[in-house]
Design a protein around this ligand. Structure first.
Ligand SMILES: [Zn+2]
Length: 59
């Protein structure tokens, strides 16, 4: 029997924010069309919800 080390699998890094947990989002103004401005704001990554890791389905 091979001794198995207790190694935790690394969680996959979120591709959208590259593990940062937040993304730079273009600020949009205007009621209807949402005209993009040159400004950017940090926004919570909606893929990983700020964790920086891709949520895994199975365990
Ligand atoms: Zn993310």
């Amino acid at each position: 029997m091979a001794a198995r080390k207790n190694v935790e699998p690394k969680p996959a890094r979120c591709p959208d924010c590259e593990g940062k947990g937040e993304i730079a989002e273009t600020v949009r103004v205007g009621a209807r069309k949402g005209r993009a401005t040159g400004d950017r704001q940090a926004a919570l990554c909606l893929i990983c919800l700020g964790t920086g890791n891709v949520p895994t389905d199975g365990k």
